[in-house]
Design a protein around this ligand. Structure first.
Ligand SMILES: NC(=O)c1ccc[n+]([C@@H]2O[C@H](COP(=O)([O-])OP(=O)(O)OC[C@H]3O[C@@H](n4cnc5c(N)ncnc54)[C@H](OP(=O)(O)O)[C@@H]3O)[C@@H](O)[C@H]2O)c1
Length: 318
């Protein structure tokens, strides 16, 4: 199903079309939102709003995110969905149950397919670069998986420009399927690596870009202006330590003026800004309730003019 209110964009130079906003399951589905009825109702709102891309990973809630999202996604025709999963992070204490070796990738994709309840993944991400496995070994498996129809496209996540180039060179030399998409962290508070390193390289190679943590785990909504008493940052210590700094809170407060002038929330402004950045295919949203998802989708109505872009970049400098 496509929705006339949702823009769809080609994934880089390939024919696959993704909704401009998508929905992921990190820390939420199977984690902070465990109840199947709630997950199902959030996914229904997403699908009805025109979201076609759902981003999961084996490691999210140790497989539970794949299981619960997979079960809810059964409500929709498979061909209308773009489902991704990922491989790299350890799934157990076993020495081989991690990384991007042939053994782990093959075993992991089979488990992901089983948990999600699908015959193929539309996109399969290498969740990080694995310095302990020759990259050629990994690329060859991705190529094999495409030939076997278990995955349709493969991508990278948080790879540097040099690592992407290394992969492209090997694919070029050996005739393997190239990575079609990179999944980096990108938001107003985390700009430098993406804008200086990843975006130019990905664009040069015609890769699509699907970006994560667009609201910096909720910080960009302004919900932590007066402290952290509830929400994700109150539950995950390392995230609070990384994100909840005086400078970040000041910057988020400073953007309120611009949001007020546009008659939108700060979260909507942050999301609309991201979607308007060069090379962007899809901004992966996170939501723990229907209300949050609906509020975030309100970003579709906001136009980012060059002046607004400039004003925001002045606040969120690097
Ligand atoms: N490739 C990678 O390494 C990687 C890493 C991380 C994420 N991802 C992907 O990116 C997706 C999105 O990342 P994310 O979840 O970090 O996105 P995010 O938008 O930065 O954070 C989402 C969280 O912020 C809070 N929130 C969202 N909308 C809100 C609103 N309108 N008002 C108040 N609070 C709101 C909710 O948490 P609370 O309600 O709990 O406060 C929600 O779970 C993930 O699900 C995953 O698919 C990929």
């Amino acid at each position: 199903m496509s929705n006339p209110n949702m823009p769809y964009r080609n994934l880089g130079r390939c024919g696959l079309k993704l909704s401009q906003f998508s929905l992921g399951g990190w820390t939420t589905f199977g984690g902070s939102v465990k109840d199947f009825t709630s997950v199902r109702s959030i996914l229904h709102v997403a699908f009805e709003a025109g979201i076609n891309f759902f981003d999961i990973a084996d490691v999210y809630a140790k497989g539970e995110s794949e299981r619960i999202m997979g079960a809810a996604l059964k409500d929709f025709p498979r061909n209308e969905l773009v489902i991704s999963s990922k491989v790299f992070w350890p799934m157990s204490e076993d020495i081989n149950d991690k990384g991007l070796s042939r053994k782990h990738v093959i075993e992991s994709v089979n488990r992901s397919l089983q948990r999600i309840g699908t015959e193929y993944l539309d996109i399969y991400f290498c969740h990080r670069y694995d310095p302990e496995t020759p990259v050629e070994e990994t690329i060859r498996i991705m190529d094999d998986l495409i030939h076997h129809g278990k995955i349709l496209y493969w991508g990278t996540s948080e790879w540097t420009a040099d690592q992407i180039q290394e992969a492209m060179d090997i694919c070029e030399k050996r005739g393997y399927y190239k990575p079609q998409v990179e999944q980096p962290q990108y938001n107003l508070l985390t700009r430098e690596k993406f804008e200086k390193d990843v975006q130019p390289k990905a664009t040069h190679h015609g890769m699509g870009l699907v970006t994560w943590s667009p609201l910096a785990s909720g910080l960009l909504t302004g919900k932590y202006d007066n402290g952290v008493s509830e929400g994700r940052l109150s539950k995950i210590d390392w995230l609070k330590e990384t994100l909840y700094t005086e400078q970040n809170v000041q910057r988020v407060r400073a953007m309120k003026n611009i949001a007020d002038q546009l008659e939108c929330s700060r979260g909507q402004l942050a999301l609309a800004w991201l979607a308007a950045q060069p090379g962007m295919t899809s901004v992966i949203l996170g939501a723990t309730s229907i209300e949050q998802l609906q509020e975030n989708l309100g970003a579709l109505k906001i136009t980012i003019t060059p002046e607004v872009d400039k004003d925001l970049k002045k606040i969120f400098t690097y």
